[in-house]
Design a binder for this molecule. Structure first.
Ligand code: BGC
Length: 750
């Protein structure tokens, strides 16, 4: 077993405090260096010990060979220099597991028969576990599979902040909250890179919508950038030591991300100390000299002619004409070679071998899936399903049999196994119970819709939302004649997809009508939603007693879901984003700043996600952090470890007794939110600053301790350009969702 845990000592150090200056309020502490804490995983920095060998190699290379290392000369690789022992740099998507092999010169699958991989739960499912250890496991599995497929760079994790619930890639990303984002991102990266595979953290940065993603110019103030959109990238570089960064499609403050000196040089390299390479998103480079000088290193893209890429023939021409110096080119080649030495692709002695499609990887996929399922409502205690006296179960819905490893626009996984919800139930229910499947609704699209049929388009899929009367009748009758009905509804990866945002939060394909009619036909109906992003389920929520949320949940998703429904697993997933009642309640929609046109101005500023709902007192349908269990937990005796005021370099240790008062063992996520009601600056009503997931046996009480470094209470002071901790009182609130805070303690900062 590899070195999984770094003991919980703070891995950050405050380098220095700057004295108060004019631009900030007297008494504030300005921190020269900050971090969003609680990471217990630490990556290995890129070693600089190979620089001499690198100089030597570069001195022997022709300009053409150098250019070959700086751009894709096939779909997912750059050229090597075989005569000098330099291999290609090979890459693979992506978030759900290692993507099938793509042809070298087109997007068509290469047609291999040995490129299967384990399908892992999509990002939203992973983050819904609120379990950093499982994020490490995820990274370790996908890293080992990448290595086994002979890949050097994994184009993941993807963790842009979920600014709008409509975002086409919400299912792929982690959260609306920067703290949770960090806690999932850092261990994931550490897990991957321990396999001698580099991550490419994406999409750097402010790539929060698919609409106009190739052109939109994102504008926001510096505080919003620092507090909301950058923290997970910062932690990815400073704590996890991500070796590569993917430059996003969009513009930021007027410049494309891959030509953005502020983002690539000032922030990424000068402030954060990044020593790795910036790889462009596919076809996201728009110039040669400007992009290279700003800090982009490798241009990747869609099918050739590859020699026409900006970093190919035009780069050679720019050097020849004197527009670009060869030293500039060498700087980028040096970074690529440095990466190669670090992941042992040049000298392969001792390089990890990797493994793929193993029993252990399936178990890991199962464990992640089983902790991700969120129990939203269980008013009649129908769950866990009591099988006593149950002779028949009707399983309804296209999502009972829908597979999501592949689908939509973007990277999927060719997997040997994807257990659907129906198969999961069949695997787990005793044979004595009769299972009937009635689809009820079908995934249907208008014939003119191109996205569904594989063409590249930025328009989302156009759905047909009427039910087929025959299918409806069949489902209603089957429900009527069964003891229990379980509806698997929601969405899928054809509908939620990269390259387009959704047009609305409505459930597609006529599902709402189906669910209502089935619930009327059989009061013992359980509604299970499978989706990666919020939907408008308010009507359904009002009518059903029993509501469960699951995700595009990997190879073992169906088994994990069945185990939750049948009580083998006590649900412990929590929503990683807010489920609004109405789209207009969400910040980017309330202020009408989505999707923008040429420019998208993030008018809501720091009030993203629950920060907006809580500050503006808007009731969500389900709050951030919400999720029930089959047992109950009581919180008592919250305490901070000190009565006196804390200093800026100290850590506040908060403890709370959590008692499992119900009938089942279970895991609870203890969440800690911080408020500063008398702040001199704008603040969200509360912000997540710590959490811990704990297994607590029935009847047992555990004291759960959460560490909050004082520096994590800082806000970004735009006047001084520094993280600043205001002195005075802060309220720390503990509970199990952002709207169910049961205990609080007030602490003082000096
Ligand atoms: C996506 C990236 C992906 C790349 C290569 C782009 O369209 O935005 O996330 O890694 O394609 O498949």
């Amino acid at each position: 077993m590899k070195n999984r845990f770094i003991p919980l000592v703070s891995i950050f150090s405050i380098l220095s405090f700057t004295a108060c200056n004019d631009s900030k309020e007297a008494g504030d502490l300005a921190l020269a260096e900050t971090s969003q804490e609680n990471a217990i995983f630490e990556g290995k920095p890129l070693s600089m010990e190979y620089e001499e060998e690198i100089t030597n190699l570069i001195s022997q290379m022709t300009l053409e060979e150098k250019a070959g290392m700086l751009h894709g000369t096939s779909m997912f690789a750059t050229s090597g220099v075989p005569r000098l022992g330099i291999p290609e740099l090979t890459m693979a998507d992506g978030p759900l597991g290692i993507r099938e092999e793509i042809s070298r010169d087109s997007w068509a699958p290469a047609g291999w028969d040995n490129d299967f991989a384990t399908y892992l739960p999509a990002g939203a499912g992973l983050s819904a576990t609120w379990n950093p250890q499982l994020a490490y496991t995820f990274g370790d599995v996908i890293g080992a599979e990448a290595r086994d497929r002979n890949k050097d760079v994994l184009l993941a994790p993807a963790f842009n902040i979920i600014r709008t619930p409509l975002g086409g890639r919400t299912y792929e990303y982690f959260s609306e909250d920067p703290f949770l984002n960090i806690q999932i991102t850092v261990p994931y990266i550490v897990g991957v890179q321990e396999n001698d595979v580099a991550v490419s953290v994406k999409h750097y940065a402010a790539n929060n919508q698919e609409t106009n993603r190739g052109t939109v110019d994102v504008q926001m103030d510096e505080r919003t950038l620092r507090e909301i959109y950058l923290p997970a990238f910062e932690a990815a570089i400073k704590d996890a030591h991500a070796y590569t960064v993917m430059g996003a499609y969009n513009k930021f403050r007027g410049d494309y991300l891959n030509e953005n000196e502020y983002m690539l040089q000032d922030v990424l390299r000068d402030e954060w100390g990044f020593k790795g390479i910036v790889i462009s998103d596919w076809a996201a480079i728009h110039s040669t000299v400007k992009a290279l000088k700003a800090g982009a290193d490798v241009e990747m893209g869609t099918p050739g002619p590859f020699n026409e890429f900006y970093f190919a023939d035009p780069l050679i021409a720019a050097v020849k004409s004197g527009e670009l110096s060869e030293e500039e080119v060498d700087k980028h080649v040096r970074r690529v070679l440095r990466l190669m030495y670090n992941i042992k692709s040049i000298d392969t002695t001792g390089r990890a071998k990797g493994s793929r499609n193993t029993e252990q990887h399936l178990k890991d996929a199962y464990n992640i899936a089983s902790e991700s399922v969120v129990l939203l409502k269980n008013d009649k205690n129908m769950l866990p399903l009591n099988l006593e006296g149950v002779k028949s179960i009707t399983v309804i819905g296209d999502n009972a049999t829908k597979k999501n490893a592949l689908g939509g626009f973007g990277a999927g996984v060719k997997t040997k196994l994807e257990v659907t919800p129906l198969e999961g139930l069949k695997n787990r229910l005793p044979e004595s119970i009769k299972i009937t499947h009635a689809p009820g609704y079908l995934e249907r699209y208008s014939k003119t819709d191109k996205a569904k049929f594989g063409d590249i388009t930025l328009d989302g899929p156009v759905t047909i939302n009427e039910l087929d009367p025959k299918l409806l009748e069949e489902a209603v009758n089957a429900a009527k004649n069964s003891d229990v009905a379980i509806i698997f509804a929601g969405s899928n990866r054809d509908y939620e997809t990269e390259a387009s945002d959704r047009a609305s939060l409505d459930l597609p394909f006529g599902q709402e009508e189906l669910i209502e009619k089935v619930m009327q036909a059989n009061p013992n109906t359980i509604v299970v939603m499978i989706a990666g992003a919020p939907f408008d389920i308010e009507n359904i929520e009002q009518q059903t007693s029993t509501l469960v949320w699951s995700w595009f949940n990997g190879s073992e998703g169906g088994n994990a879901l069945a185990d939750v429904l049948l009580g083998k697993v006590n649900p412990s997933g929590k929503l990683p984003w807010t489920m609004p009642k109405d789209l207009k309640d969400s910040p980017a929609h309330a202020n009408n700043s989505f999707p923008g046109d040429e420019v998208a101005t993030y008018d809501e500023g720091i009030l993203v996600g629950y920060r907006w709902f809580d500050t503006k007192n808007i009731e969500p349908l389900y709050p951030f952090g919400y999720g029930l269990s089959y047992t109950d937990f009581e919180f008592a005796n919250v305490k901070a470890d000190k009565k006196e005021a804390y200093k800026a370099d100290e850590t506040i240790q908060v403890s709370v007794d959590v008692k499992n008062t119900g009938e089942f063992d279970g895991k609870e996520v203890v969440q800690l939110y911080v408020s500063k009601s008398d702040s001199k600056v704008e603040r969200a009503a509360q912000e997540l600053k710590g959490f811990k997931k704990e297994m607590i046996a029935k009847g047992e009480t555990k004291t759960v301790t959460i560490d909050v470094p004082v520096r994590d209470l800082a806000y970004y002071n735009m006047n001084s350009g520094q993280w600043t901790v205001e002195p005075g009182a802060y309220t720390l609130k503990l509970g199990n969702s952002s709207r169910n805070l049961k205990q609080e303690v007030v602490i003082e900062i000096q």
